[in-house]
Design a binder for this molecule. Structure first.
Ligand SMILES: Cc1cc2nc3c(=O)[nH]c(=O)nc-3n(C[C@H](O)[C@H](O)[C@H](O)COP(=O)(O)OP(=O)(O)OC[C@H]3O[C@@H](n4cnc5c(N)ncnc54)[C@H](O)[C@@H]3O)c2cc1C
Length: 377
């Protein structure tokens, strides 16, 4: 058993961190304030091979695997979790194309994502169904060589900035619920697609989130990903990977919280001594560090399992679950250790506190993860 990262993985981590410090830090606070998406950072990251890095080299990626991609996400999330999402999840949804799509689909879309020319989104959640992934209502009806799509999607990351989306639609209503869905690639500029940016998010305000409506949207039947009726199963496989990525987001954010808290606790004095000398402060730092190391184990292991061809949906759900718990705990502790200064814009901990909460909501709420793990147990 070897717990060490390889030299290449260590270098990748260092490159990603340096990139994030150089590119994210100068704009992070202002973009958070103004809810600005940063396409130029994504394009620059693509030049460094940091977009779609998990995609094999034959399809234009860096071939660093899911573990490599998680390391990038971790390092980026130490600086700005929203911009990290813009860059690392620029191909959100394309995981299914890689796993289940045709060779032609892979060659058309994957290299374009990696080079920064194309952005994808994964359009699953609907206004009336999120956790209930078998409750989506968007319909795709066959008409000649096309599908005609009607319905709406909610809270879609990259929604207004994407070129294509992978949308979950009912294609086979006559089948049992779980066998009625299919994933279909929809061009964002297709006639009948309307997209509205959702403003006023609590956190990850530097990411783009949108509601999307499909009205008589016509796409060729060749845009089907894989086999009709397999959309539900494909989505479950999709979560194996994306939940690990959310795990990595929480890992990076939590590490940033701990680092900032240790620094502050050593500098700030009260009652004539540094905060770090008080056992109550040490308890908070200790609990943060323990949770972070446990999370690191889950994230790296579940990523590694995917890379060796043994994805484990339970472990991915555990990584995602602990990610939210750890990040929310660490961000809260970081604000507390910073006292009043933790509550104002001058210090990033207030932003991390707002950003952390999404990790208990998207890619399956924490209750959804509990249901997944609990059912399996
Ligand atoms: C910023 C942001 C980005 C997002 N990005 C994307 C994206 O790119 N693509 C996408 O498709 N979606 C995306 N989402 C949607 C996200 O995945 C959903 O919001 C999430 O899955 C929860 O669904 P919901 O909001 O409909 O809540 P609901 O499903 O209505 O749940 C509300 C509450 O009820 C609980 N609950 C529901 N069912 C049960 C049950 N059986 N037992 C116990 N408790 C239950 C939930 O845990 C939650 O606490 C995003 C959301 C946000 C906020």
């Amino acid at each position: 058993m070897d717990f060490d990262l390889s030299d290449e993985q260590k270098m990748l981590k260092e490159t990603a961190y340096k990139f994030a410090v150089a590119e994210f830090t100068p704009v992070s606070m202002e973009c958070d304030r103004n809810e600005t998406y940063t396409p130029e950072i994504r394009k620059k990251a693509a030049e460094y091979g940091l977009v779609g890095a998990w995609i094999p080299e034959e399809y234009g990626g860096s071939g660093v695997g899911i573990l490599g991609n998680a390391l990038i996400m971790e390092e980026f999330s130490k600086v700005d979790m929203g911009i990290a999402l813009n860059v690392v999840a620029a191909g959100f949804g394309s995981e299914s194309i890689f796993q289940f799509g045709s060779e032609e689909q892979k060659k058309t879309y994957l290299p374009a994502i990696c080079s920064g020319r194309m952005v994808f989104s994964g359009a699953f959640t609907e206004p009336n169904a999120g956790t209930d992934v078998a409750g989506y209502r968007t319909r795709a009806v066959k008409d000649g060589n096309d599908y005609v799509i009607n319905g709406s999607k909610m809270f879609i990351t990259n929604g207004t900035v994407c070129d294509f989306m992978v949308a979950q639609c009912i294609t086979n209503p006559e089948e049992k619920k779980h066998e009625s869905y299919s994933l279909i690639i929809v061009p964002a500029t297709a006639k009948g697609v309307s997209r509205n940016k959702i403003k006023g998010k609590m956190g990850i305000r530097t990411s783009d989130t949108a509601e999307i409506a499909f009205e008589e949207v016509r796409v060729p039947r060749t845009n089907l990903v894989g086999v009709e009726g397999r959309g539900f199963k494909q989505l479950m496989h999709f979560f194996d990977t994306t939940r690990v990525m959310v795990g990595a987001q929480g890992l990076g954010l939590s590490e940033a919280c701990l680092g900032a808290s240790v620094r502050y606790a050593r500098e700030r004095t009260a009652f004539g001594a540094p905060l770090s000398s008080f056992q109550l402060t040490q308890k908070k730092l200790t609990e943060m560090a323990v949770m972070i190391e446990a999370l690191r184990g889950l994230v790296y292991k579940s990523a590694w399992l995917i890379d060796v061809g043994r994805p484990d949906y339970q472990l991915a759900a555990m990584a995602k679950y602990l990610s939210g718990q750890t990040a929310v705990f660490c961000a809260n502790a970081a604000v507390e250790i910073h006292g009043g200064y933790g509550y104002i814009e001058e210090y990033p901990v207030q932003k991390w506190y707002r950003d952390a909460k999404i990790l208990e909501l998207y890619e399956g709420t924490k209750e959804a993860e509990i249901m997944t793990i609990g059912r399996a147990l």
